[in-house]
Design a protein. Sequence first.
Length: 189
Amino acid sequence: MITRETLNRSMHSDRSSWELPDLRDGKIQAISDSDGVNYPWYGNTTETCTVVGPSRRDTKFTVSMNDNFYPSVTWGVPISDSNRPFLTAIRRDQSFTTWLVAINQASGETLVLQTIRWRMRLCIHIDPDKPLGQRASLAEPTAQEQPQILPRNEPIPGNALVKPNANDAQVLMWRPNDGEPILVIPPKY
């Protein structure tokens, strides 16, 4: 299971942003970033392994997870009919916590075996007047922080185990420099 802990942020005055209102407003501590199908867990292929026991000898199992970052960004102002590109920057700062857990299918007990945390930060400068293929340049950071295996396991926040997941809870907001924020795309849930 993964939880999204921070929000998409922008340094510019007028901006659009994908946001998680309950997370942003401090109503919840974390939200599941599951695939929405194997909820609340991330997947059920390489992410899981079934162990039949008890066993008299030690056995090694390998589980893996591949998280791909596919953000959606609009070139224009999302509340405008114009298709002129105005995008000047993309800024992301997201923290994730992943738990490796064992679940006793007979009792339903969940045991946290490992807690892993990582952060993805990104700043891309955009010149919308340049031709496609030349508009974007990576500003910072040029290298991402490596995931950290925490020395002490953390409990899984209860709200990360119940719906909605992050993709169903996110909203697209337009935040003009002057005026009230506008909800462009409401949550799916």
